[in-house]
Design a protein around this ligand. Structure first.
Ligand code: PLP
Length: 464
């Protein structure tokens, strides 16, 4: 191997800084006022009041000089933009699907796919739900059915492939409702809600065999599939040292199409796409996209956005990038683990997930412990995180009751190429600071609840 030796020593960033954005620091009083104003919901705080922003890794990446240079090559034509054809060829090359329909972001693609493939009364099996994905399935008349392996629901289980599909759960559903009622299997790479956990290639192979036998397509949520490919390279027999781009292709080649939020893996601030191999589905998507997003050669994006995405995909599949990306997340995770902070194991790809049930065992789940902890981290040091628990899970459409998920988590999401190791040290110190005074943290009650995706806009007050 002629691997450069520096790679063996550290995950150090494979880039240097060319431009900086100054951060603003605040006092504890200012932060307390800000979080009260925001109804104890970090989504409603203002970015100017945030010191280190770990709310999400969505659209928050730092673009490279090449991506910025690509922005200047934007061909802002209403139809047939050069940047569309460039992006199409890059998606064909790296993801391997025949057809591409750009969308403004991931949920735009989910809307198209759900409306095209799901009929009223259908069931859509998936390896754990994602908020927007499930909502679009429900709005199209479908019912989401979780078929992820049990290990994924246990934060302390260190199984290396917690994103795997449980083939028995899938078969039980298909046998129960019949193949006609199952339009596709919804397969997510590096399952976000499970803590950024990958599926294995072996599991996907088995799933493919099963789906071929029953004539059910597999539609990939490709949002973090490059990161999934990295974990396969690290953990699965036969993949050590394989190029990430080859593993990505192998995954995509076993699926029938995908939705993509390019705001994650693809290193852009906005963008997404739907891609597939089936000509008829493509034609329908091309037609529907003009209703919701824009013409089929821009789908709600500017030409420059598509150019930045094409370049971002090229950079995202490099081993240097992935080693640093996952290395930074792991660096933070190990620091917290060493301090005894309860985390979802194993440490995932894009975020550290704090287990709020174990962090705040004195707060009942109906008093939103993860929401309370996210607010507390903001008050402590201006670090903005998000809740992934009772609030995010929402209510069961049939009973109207809170779904009370097993996972009650706070997500510290690391934007790509944005923060340094010193920032990670500050984050660790802050979490540890809050942990030391955890007994004094109180739960919350919800005082305003929006109808859709309530976690974005719900408002809370501390319980007395
Ligand atoms: C972010 C995300 C989406 C939705 O994409 P948007 O670009 O935010 O609309 C879908 N699936 C997964 C797994 C995601 O992380």
């Amino acid at each position: 191997m002629n691997t450069p030796t520096h790679k063996h020593h550290t995950w150090a960033e494979p880039y240097k800084i060319k431009m900086v954005e100054l951060l603003r620091m605040t006092t504890r009083e200012e932060r307390l006022a800000a979080i009260r104003e925001a109804g104890y919901n970090t989504f409603l705080t203002r970015s100017r009041d945030v010191y280190i922003d770990l709310l999400t890794d969505s659209g928050t990446s730092a673009m490279s000089d090449r991506q910025w240079a690509g922005m200047m090559l934007g061909d802002e034509a209403y139809s047939g933009s050069e940047n569309f054809y460039h992006l199409e060829s890059v998606v064909q090359e790296y993801y391997g699907y025949k057809h591409l329909v750009p969308t403004h972001q991931g949920r735009g693609a989910e809307n198209l796919m759900s409306q095209i493939l799901i009929k009223e009364g259908d069931y859509v099996p998936g390896n754990m739900y994602f908020t927007t994905t499930r909502l679009h399935q429900e709005l199209a008349g479908g019912t989401f059915v979780d078929v992820i392996v049990d290990e994924a629901h246990d934060p302390q289980n260190a199984f290396p492939f917690k994103g795997n599909v449980d083939l028995e759960k899938l078969a039980a559903l298909v046998d129960g409702v019949g193949t006609d009622r199952v339009p596709y299997v919804s397969l997510e790479g590096n399952v976000n809600m499970a803590g950024g956990q990958p599926f294995s290639m072996a599991n996907l192979r088995e799933l493919r065999l099963y789906c071929d036998k029953h004539d059910i397509p597999i539609m990939l949520d490709a949002t973090r599939t490059i990161e999934n490919a990295w974990f396969i390279r690290e953990r699965e027999d036969g993949y050590a040292g394989q190029p990430v781009r080859d593993i990505l292709r192998e995954i995509c080649d076993m699926t029938d199409g995908c939705t993509m939020s390019a705001k994650k893996d693809a290193l852009v601030n906005i963008g997404g796409f739907f891609a597939c191999n089936d000509d008829e589905v493509f034609q329908k998507a091309q037609n529907l996209v003009v209703v919701y997003e824009g013409l089929h050669t821009y789908g709600g994006l500017a030409g420059r956005d598509m150019e930045a995405m094409a370049q971002g995909i090229r950079e995202a599949v490099t081993e240097d990038h992935m080693a640093a990306r996952i290395g930074q997340v792991r660096y933070l995770g190990r620091k917290l683990e060493a301090a005894g902070i309860p985390l979802v194991e194993p440490i995932g790809s894009h975020a550290i997930f704090i287990d709020a049930r174990r962090f705040l065992p004195h707060i009942d789940q109906e008093e939103y412990p993860a929401q309370a902890l996210a607010a507390e981290l903001f008050i402590e040091s201006g670090i903005r995180t998000m809740e992934r628990g009772n609030v995010s899970a929402g209510r069961d459409p049939l009973t109207g009751k809170n779904r009370l998920p097993k996972l009650e988590l706070v997500r510290l999401t690391i934007p790509r190429r944005v923060y340094t190791q010193a920032h990670m040290d500050v984050v660790a110190e802050s979490v540890i600071g809050v942990y030391k005074r955890r007994d004094k943290i109180r739960g919350l009650k919800m005082v305003y609840e929006p109808e859709y995706l309530r976690f974005f806009q719900a408002r809370f007050e501390p319980v007395s």
